[in-house]
Design a protein around this ligand. Structure first.
Ligand code: MN
Length: 432
């Protein structure tokens, strides 16, 4: 089955037992707890056919585990790391088409976002309903190239949202240029997409992320022109919210559930004003829970595992597998190697810590340990390490400022060599 939009991906997930249709009506306020259980307990993604008070169904947790990422990419689980590396090197430019299903309904008047779509309050102390799965498409005011990004957006009025923009990212650059000219920055927020576009939007690349989505699919992504903004959007999106980020305005925004599993507070943020909404007939609203595995996989795992693999492979060619488990928010790196020298686990630790600034703990195990099973990893730590000899503590390196135990990001890193001594290998033969 070929995936070209959200609907065809839902069909694929359903056929593999990875999605469940909930037919009975559910109150919008109750849906996030059901999504969170599905995400954390590795249950099928919930598709809420009837949210009370809405004619638009709601879906979430579509990319909450690597099995679904593999289905989205159309590859085997073990190939993901290598395939992502390949896609990054072979971008395919998108193609502009005249019309597409996202234009079936065009709404320019009487817009009221919260009445139109079931946008939930995702976590107990979130400051309000957030648009969290929207891929923001913007055009670089200087070069004209498009950029895709995720930005949390708090709904503040019928046509008004707050938008969180990190100044050091591409959208931040574009907004700074527009604002310095006293101009608003036009954007289009695309919701309910081919997962290739959702996955590509999570990458940091020097080109238009639609080209990365094209590489994943092996063909150009089809785009149509916006109605009220000079921006192209996916022709097969479920919903597109067009508008402008206003210059010189900052308002309080958040808290919102962040990837470390805590609520994130930030300085006041810009405001986004809606100019037009287009959507398919009978659209599906797609959301992502903050601090969910889906959120962490897209934001902190999927494009960091290939870099981790590359760095470790560079110094330890016998590396078997690497993993950044989402249950540790991207801070923990797990590595299995075929050990050929007593010192190589330490080299693997150094390489892992160098591969991304967020990585704070590294565990290296032998190839008989399954790094995708936390029980197996803890068994190895418990039975194969002595802390004074095998735990390497590296104080006061830079990590992530959202780490609440850090001193504004200055944090202590630890590497655990849980491999067995080569000379005593026979004693450590596992019971089978
Ligand atoms: Mn970018």
């Amino acid at each position: 089955m070929e995936i070209r939009d959200l609907r065809s991906f839902i069909d694929v997930l359903e056929s593999k037992g990875e999605l469940i249709r909930i037919k009975e009506p559910v109150e919008l306020a109750k849906a996030p707890a059901m999504m969170r259980e599905s995400d954390k307990m590795d249950k099928p993604a919930p598709f809420f056919e009837k949210i009370v008070g809405y004619n638009v169904p709601l879906v979430s947790c579509l990319l909450s585990n690597m099995r679904r990422i593999a289905l989205a990419l159309g590859v085997e689980r073990e190939q993901i790391i290598h395939k992502l590396t390949e896609y990054l090197d072979h971008p395919i430019k998108p193609k502009i088409v005249q019309d597409g299903p996202v234009k079936e309904v065009v709404v320019k008047k009487n817009i009221d976002l919260l009445k139109m779509f079931p946008i939930p309050v995702h976590a107990k102390k979130d400051s309000g309903p957030f648009v969290s799965s929207g891929v923001v498409v913007a055009r670089d005011p200087e070069t004209g190239r498009l950029n895709l990004s995720y930005n949390r957006m708090e709904v503040k009025g019928p046509t008004k949202l707050g938008i969180h923009i990190d100044p050091w990212r591409h959208l931040g650059d574009f907004y700074n240029v527009a604002e310095s000219r006293g101009e608003a920055l036009p954007i289009a927020v695309c919701i309910g997409l081919d997962p290739a576009i959702e996955i590509a939007a999570a990458a940091k690349v020097p080109f238009d992320e639609f080209e990365l989505a094209g590489a994943i699919r092996g063909r150009p992504i089809e785009l149509v022109k916006g109605e009220s903004v000079d921006i192209e959007v996916p022709a097969h999106a479920e919903i597109v919210i067009e508008g402008r980020i206003l210059p010189k305005i900052r308002e309080p925004e958040g808290p919102f559930a962040e990837f470390m599993g805590y609520y994130g507070m930030h300085p006041a943020q810009p405001v986004f004003e809606i100019t037009c909404i287009t959507h398919r007939e009978s659209p599906i609203y797609r959301t992502m829970l903050g601090a969910s595995w889906e959120h962490i996989i897209l934001g902190n795992v999927i494009y960091r595992e290939p870099v981790l693999y590359k760095f470790v492979k560079h110094v330890v060619p016998t590396v078997k597998a690497v993993h950044l488990p989402p249950y540790a928010s991207g801070l923990l790196a797990l590595i299995s190697i075929k050990k050929e020298n007593e010192g190589t686990p330490k080299n693997a630790i150094f390489a892992a810590l160098a591969s991304h600034v967020n990585i704070k703990q590294v565990v290296v195990v032998d190839e008989d340990v399954d790094i995708f099973d936390p029980k197996d990893v803890w068994w190895a730590i418990a039975t194969r390490t002595q802390a004074d000899k095998d735990w390497l503590i590296m104080p006061r390196a830079f990590g992530h400022p959202l780490d609440k135990t850090s001193d504004r990001g200055v944090t202590t890193k630890v590497g655990i060599d849980a491999t067995v001594p080569l000379a005593r290998k026979a004693e450590f033969e596992r019971v089978v």
